[in-house]
Design a protein around this ligand. Sequence first.
Ligand SMILES: Nc1ncnc2c1ncn2[C@@H]1O[C@H](COP(=O)(O)OP(=O)(O)OP(=O)(O)O)[C@@H](O)[C@H]1O
Ligand SMILES: [Mg+2]
Length: 315
Amino acid sequence: MGTFRAVKEGTSDSAARAPVLAVSSNKGGVGKTTLVANLAIYLRALREDLPVLVVGLDDQQVLDRMFALGPATPGDGNLKHGWAERTLERVIRVGEYGVHFVPSPADVSLLKGRAENPMTLRGLLDRTAWRGIVILDAKSDLEALTLNAFHAADRILVPIADWSSLEEAGKIFRILERSQVGRGRARVVFTLVDHRARATGGGTLLQALLEEVRSRRWPYYKTYLSRSPKVESLNSATSKPLSILHHARGTAVHGQMRELTHEVLQDLGMAPVARPMADEPSVLWGKRRLVAAPGSARPSTATGATELREFSRRR
Ligand SMILES: Nc1ncnc2c1ncn2[C@@H]1O[C@H](COP(=O)(O)OP(=O)(O)OP(=O)(O)O)[C@@H](O)[C@H]1O
Ligand SMILES: [Mg+2]
C-alpha cells in the first residue's frame, strides 16, 4: 500500500503530492460520475483540511452542473484550455460543497488528439500547483484520455454493477497488466447493488459477482453502493444533481458512501483519526460514530470470508 506524504503548497514534486484517483469503466451507466461527485463531497467532509479537485474527462458536463456556483462566463477556461496551457492552474474553479472542479469542454475529441502520449495528463497535474486530492471521471471508453487517467492515477476505482461491467473491468485489468501502471492500483467498487437481483446459481447477483472478482484475484473495496431511488432522483430530478451527503442522509447509500470514503482514505494511508461524538458534524453524519483508523489500511484482496460476512451483515 502506498502512503502519501503530507502535501506541500505549490509543489511539483510528485512524491509530496496528494493522490490522484480515477474512476473508470468501459461500460456506461455504472455510476462512475455519481461516485466521483459524491466521493469528492464525502472526502471534503471527512478531511476538511484536504482540498478536492474533480476533473471530468468526458463531455457530459454533469460535474459542471453539479458543482458550478453560477453560470460560466466567457473568460472561464475549461479542461481544453488547461491542456493547451500544460497546467490546470487557470481553469480550476471553486464549487459547491467546497469542492473544486475543472469545467469540461463541450467536445473532448480535440483533447483526445492531444493525448496520444499516455503520460500527458500526469505531466499536466505535476505542473499544476494543487495541494489536494484529484478525482478523474473517465469516459466510458478505453481510449487516449482514459489511458492518460490510468497513468496519472494512484488508485483506479472500477465500478462493477453486473456481469457485463465485470467483463469490461477485465479489459481494464488487462490494459493495466500490460502497461507500466500495473494492476496493483486498481480497486473494484460494487455499484448499483440490488439485493433482489439473483444470480442463475440461486444466490444474489452481488455474491456471484464478488465470487468472480475474488477468483480473478482483483482487489476490491469491501463497501458496496446500493441502488437507491432517492439517489436516482437526486441525480435526475433537476439539471443540477444534488449531493447524497446533504440530501439523502436517511438512505443506506449515505452510510455506504461514508464507509467507502473512509476505506479509500485508509487505503491511501490518509484516514482521519476518529473524533469524539461531540466533535462530529452530527448534522451531516447522523448518529453513527466513525471507526478509528487503524495504522495501516489494506485493500481487500481476494482471500478469506471476512468480506462476505461484511456484505451479509450490511444487507
Ligand atoms: N446508487 C444509485 N442508485 C440509483 N441510481 C443510481 C445510483 N448511482 C447512479 N445512479 C443512476 O444511474 C445512472 C448512471 O449513473 P452515472 O451517470 O453516475 O453513471 P456513469 O457510469 O457515469 O454513466 P456514463 O457512462 O453515462 O458516464 C444515472 O441515471 C444515475 O442517476
Ligand atoms: Mg458519467
